[in-house]
Design a protein around this ligand. Structure first.
Ligand code: NAD
Ligand code: TYD
Length: 353
């Protein structure tokens, strides 16, 4: 094994796809998955690769500095790909402190551990901080977020991610830590926790439950398949420039209501329902507080400098995603058991059927 890489948050949605890509594509790397296993972390996501000889799991909270230092001492990583986070905007509105702790304190804890281990010897070392386009705030009808767009976060989630981005950059400028960042648009695909719009809607349609749309449904998101994000992370980790930031986006802007109508048509077909049946489940509910209107990413820097392009349009990716959820009922039934119903009741109690 010629490199050891710590991937944080590897049991989550995007992290599990990144772990799988690295473990299978780079048998010469040792991949250490560091995850606390919150409600969003699920080792089942990695059951196909967790016996590979180059994979190790460490259950550790990234805010626990002694625990993180011990993991760094034990594994002496050459690289860190940092994805662990509290990631759901609605939860950040009800529980902001969890986001401050994990997203800000946790990130600094990791930066400190890398700095202490590498001790100024940065050759062959890299700290990759994975972030979101939500740090840029909300767009009107026109324009795109570029790498130089001023930060303007508007939810406790995006504000905590913005703070962590600033700290990662500050460690590069102040201590010379070899840091690289990316800011990505909304992801979708297999293993997405069903508190987020697309998997929540798939699960509700499957169970003939109302599909909640916040406000008027006119909010716009730029959707990227998680495999395309994982490919971009691979490229940026290996070829990105230290101190640089890369925007990653899908060129797939959809209003929430158009996206859900498309999903309903796909689900009608897959479930052999009468055309229009699933659309009857769409239910407009109270808007999210401070709901950002539109996100759209200009990823031309990544395309130009590193040759990355998204491979999947939403129509095709959504079809494949629905197939995955319908073929993996066991996975979804397991993740919606336990605490999930309590969360759902609190968030959507008013529309429960
Ligand atoms: P997720 O919520 O599915 O997974 C997060 C993972 O982090 C879980 O496995 C969880 O157990 C782990 N975790 C949480 N707190 C932890 C802690 N204190 N210590 C250790 N592990 C902890 O999130 P995701 O959607 O896969 O997002 C991963 C990263 O990508 C996040 O940093 C997020 O901000 C970023 N991102 C997400 C999207 C998206 O659309 N989901 C888009 C752009 C960027
Ligand atoms: P989400 O998947 O939570 O991602 P983010 O807030 O990070 O963009 O939400 C995507 C969009 O869907 C967002 O505009 C909020 C909206 N939404 C609903 O309309 N209903 C829902 O039940 C959820 C979870 C989200």
């Amino acid at each position: 094994m010629n490199k050891t890489i710590i991937i944080t948050g590897g049991a989550g949605f995007i992290g599990s796809h990144v772990v799988r890509l690295f473990v299978t594509r780079y048998p010469e790397y040792r991949i250490v998955n560091v995850d606390k296993l919150t409600y969003a972390g699920n080792l089942e996501n990695l059951s196909d690769i967790d016996r590979m000889p180059n994979y190790v799991f460490e259950r550790t909270d990234i805010t626990d500095s002694a625990g993180i230092q011990a993991v760094f001492d034990r594994h002496r990583p050459d690289g860190v790909i940092h994805l662990a986070a509290e990631s759901h905007v609605d939860r950040s509105i009800s529980h902001p402190m969890d986001f401050i702790m994990t997203n800000i304190v946790g990130t600094v804890t990791l930066l400190n551990a890398a700095r202490a281990l590498w001790d100024g010897n940065f050759s062959g070392k890299r700290f990759y901080h994975v972030s979101t386009d939500e740090v840029y705030g909300s767009l009107g009808a026109e324009g795109f977020f570029t790498e130089t767009t001023a930060y303007d976060p508007r939810s406790p989630y995006s504000a905590s991610k913005a703070a962590s981005d600033h700290l990662a950059r500050a460690y590069h400028h102040t201590y010379g830590l070899p840091v690289v960042l990316s800011n990505c648009s909304n992801n979708y695909g297999p293993n997405h926790f069903p508190e987020k719009l697309i998997p929540l809607a798939i699960n509700n349609i499957r169970n003939n439950r109302p599909v909640p749309i916040y406000g008027s449904g006119e909010n716009v998101r730029d959707w990227l398949h998680v495999h395309d994000h994982a490919r971009a992370i691979d490229l940026i980790f290996h070829k990105g420039r230290n101190g640089d930031t890369y925007n990653i986006g899908g060129n797939n802007e959809w209003t929430n209501i158009d996206l859900i109508r498309l999903l309903c048509r796909i689900m009608d077909r897959k479930l052999n329902r009468k055309a229009g049946a699933s659309e009857q489940l769409i239910t407009f509910v109270k808007d999210r507080a401070g709901h950002d209107l539109r996100y759209a990413i200009d990823s031309s820097k990544l395309q130009r400098e590193l040759g990355w392009t998204p491979s999947m349009k939403l129509e095709q990716g959504l079809e494949k995603t629905v197939d995955w959820y319908l073929a993996n009922e066991k996975w979804i039934n397991a993740v919606v058991s336990g605490d999930y119903e309590r969360y759902y009741e609190k968030q959507y109690g008013q529309i429960k059927n």
